[in-house]
Design a protein around this ligand. Structure first.
Ligand SMILES: Cc1cc2nc3c(=O)[nH]c(=O)nc-3n(C[C@H](O)[C@H](O)[C@H](O)COP(=O)(O)OP(=O)(O)OC[C@H]3O[C@@H](n4cnc5c(N)ncnc54)[C@H](O)[C@@H]3O)c2cc1C
Length: 471
């Protein structure tokens, strides 16, 4: 189909004011936050801003009949190329559909449209003393539609899990335009075991099985109290052992984060007033709950940590907690500081390792970085084995780019070798497609059969998740 007739059809369905076609606009939508989208330019033919299920259903009916690829997009903060169109076609921008339809505080749930940004939802829940626990670093960008599609999580996943655990039901437009509601068409139940759990078919499907147009999310009462503990370690292994001991003592912190020596350096360069002493690793723990239980766990935690760590500090006052957490808070922006004029890129940044193998993984990542001569800042959610490895490079230097791609490949391979996963948060998208077979074996064949049943013409976000021939 010619571009003009495709654009004309979209204008007829969605209204001309919601359709973009200029080259400059297409260029804007060729990026997400991945390293990949900075290297390979993938542009849509037409962008449609949508906030209506019936309009989306008509677009999908048309795309299905004419076999036109459709890529859904939230905020584009994904790091795997998931929301850039690998195969041209229509890009559906859902970020403008940001309505919180209902906060049903009595039934501990909310009904939202896909474009609601994570931090805004939690602000809206605050007066009800409720919160939606998954907590990505991209809280001020990520949309609920993107979070559900990537099954996102973050700092508090060690205690509260990922988005999937909170999705009670979805409204989805299927690739042929049919609209379904999962989790019970008029249900407000907190749980249900009626039938096959179709909700989970779309959570984490990265927009390859349908367009999510409404989300029914479970929310939780906000814990009354918090405490933060920070500690420094001269041996990386000691930090890993300490995390295991904390769990063995029956404590379940709401966050356990690690900064390696390079990350500590980056934080100090970015904010000299932090003045963190030189160490091989820093651990940060968050405990939440009611006040007596936070105090109790805080005491226990200190006893365990003091065995191996130095500079241990525990705080429960708001200002001091904010100060202690700052080292972790700044690291995303700070990491590039360790090399003059360089940039942090997202490549091999998201592996998950079995807990007991975290110290081994940290050592091996450092060896891989040394082999390629690339500085890699390591930090992340060590409590659930989810490591963020941040290569710091000059993206204009072709040699460094090539070396970074090879380094990322080795890090992905390391995760599989150690019995982990290539992605704990950010998803598969384009960049982790080649590891799907190795990670899933013949379970991938069943995934592919399900995908084919839902999307027989392969129009839904093609080029993502599912390995291409030869991969
Ligand atoms: C600085 C930074 C920090 C980050 N920290 C974290 C973190 O701590 N934890 C974490 O998990 N992630 C993190 N991310 C990654 C990213 O923010 C999350 O994956 C986020 O959930 C993506 O949301 P989005 O709205 O930007 O989705 P997009 O990037 O626009 O899309 C992501 C995927 O979802 C699909 N999609 C989007 N909306 C829909 C819909 N309505 N229906 C069907 N499919 C849809 C897209 O096609 C794509 O495949 C971070 C990113 C950045 C830039």
């Amino acid at each position: 189909m010619g571009l003009n007739s495709l654009a004309a059809k979209m204008m007829e369905i969605a209204g001309p004011e919601n359709v973009l076609t200029s080259e400059l606009d297409m260029y804007t939508y060729s990026y997400d936050s991945s390293f990949h989208s900075g290297l390979v330019q993938l542009m849509p033919e037409v962008v449609v801003k949508v906030k209506n299920t019936a309009v989306i259903a008509r677009i999908m009916q048309f795309a299905f009949a004419n076999e036109i690829p459709v890529t859904p997009r939230g905020a584009g903060s994904g790091q795997t190329g998931g929301s850039v169109p690998a195969n041209k076609g229509i890009l559906l921008d859902l970020s403008c559909w940001d309505m919180i339809e209902e906060i049903d505080a009595k039934n501990l749930q909310v009904m939202v449209r896909p474009g609601v940004v994570h931090s805004r939802l939690n602000q809206a829940l605050d007066p009800y003393n409720l919160f939606f626990p998954p907590d990505p670093g991209s809280t001020k960008m990520a949309t609920i539609g993107g979070m559900v599609s990537n099954n996102s999580s973050g700092l508090r996943a060690v205690k509260y899990g990922n988005t999937s655990q909170y999705v009670l039901g979805l409204e989805v437009v299927l690739p042929d335009g049919e609209v379904i509601v999962t989790g019970g068409i008029s249900s407000r139940a907190m749980k249900s075991v009626s039938g096959i759990d179709l909700t989970r078919l779309f959570v984490g499907a990265e927009g390859t099985c349908g367009i999510i147009t409404k989300v029914r999310l479970k929310v939780l009462p906000k814990p009354a109290a918090r405490g933060i503990l920070t500690a420094l370690f001269d041996r990386l292994e000691d930090s890993g052992e300490t995390v295991l001991e904390v769990f063995q003592a029956g404590i379940l912190p709401s966050g356990i984060e690690i900064l390696d020596s390079t990350a500590i350096k980056a934080a100090n360069l970015f904010k000299p007033e932090l003045n963190i002493p030189v160490a091989e690793a820093m651990l940060l723990f968050e405990i939440d709950g009611n006040r007596p239980s936070v105090e109790h766990d805080g005491m226990l935690l200190q006893d365990i940590i003091k065995k191996r760590a130095k500079n241990v500090e525990w705080a429960t006052e708001k200002d001091r907690m904010t100060k202690l957490w700052e080292a972790r808070g700044v690291i995303g922006s700070a990491s590039a500081r360790v090399k003059e004029g360089a940039t942090r890129v997202f490549a091999g940044e998201d592996i998950t390792i079995p807990l007991e193998k975290v110290p081994q993984a940290l050592k091996r990542i450092k060896e891989i970085a040394k082999k390629y001569g690339i500085i890699v800042v390591i930090y992340g959610h060590v409590g659930d084995g989810n490591m963020h490895t941040a290569p710091i490079i000059d993206p204009a230097d072709r040699n460094e780019v090539q070396k970074t791609l090879e380094l990322a490949h080795e890090i992905h391979r390391l995760a599989i070798e150690l019995g982990g996963s290539t992605t704990g948060e950010h998803g598969v998208g384009i960049v982790r497609r080649p590891y799907m077979r190795e990670e899933h074996g013949n379970a991938l064949d069943l995934m592919l059969k399900l995908k084919k049943t839902l999307d027989p013409r392969g129009i839904m976000n093609p080029g993502k998740i599912w390995p291409l021939e030869g991969e």
